[in-house]
Design a protein around this ligand. Structure first.
Ligand code: ZN
Length: 158
């Protein structure tokens, strides 16, 4: 009897072969994953730097790809946005922040507060963001460029 014939006729044999194949696949998959993880940790710094450089050099491409994806998935975008808004408002601290942002945005729109064109820390132009030291004082802000603003933010998990 050939392997093929036995495989077709002997269900016990077939199940055993299938199980062995599955197990071997699982084992290899674990090994594959472990080795790729080990590679990742060994080259982590390099990869992060390379990624950062690539991103810096391909900003237009990234922006275009993101815009194209958003245009192709309007439902996902609005779904994500509403979930994001809900999540922000659900948390009391998030709500305080949102209230401050909304009040400030209104004040800027109505001309009560003037938003400068450049960063008050490093004088860079470009997108300027409002940094709140205290969300209970929505109109007391420091206007910062994105890199400076990022430096002000508490580190993740803080
Ligand atoms: Zn700055």
């Amino acid at each position: 009897m050939t392997f093929k014939e036995r495989y077709a006729s002997d269900s016990e044999f077939r199940e055993r072969k299938k199980r062995l194949a599955r197990e071997s696949y699982q084992r290899n998959r674990e090994r594959e994953q472990a080795s790729s993880l080990a590679y990742y940790y060994e080259h982590r710094e390099q990869q992060i730097t390379a990624n950062r450089e690539w991103k810096a050099q391909n900003q237009d491409r990234i922006r275009e790809a993101a815009a194209a994806w958003k245009a192709a998935h309007p439902d996902a975008v609005s779904e994500h946005r509403s979930r994001d808004i809900k999540r922000r408002w659900a948390d009391p601290e998030g709500k305080r922040r949102q209230v401050a942002r909304v009040k400030l945005a209104y004040a800027v729109r109505s001309g009560k507060i003037l938003k400068p064109d450049c960063c008050s820390r490093c004088s860079a132009s470009g997108p300027i963001e409002a940094h709140h030291e205290n969300y209970d004082e929505p109109f007391v802000v420091v206007w910062l460029c994105r890199p400076c603003h990022r430096l002000c933010r508490p580190p993740l998990g803080a």
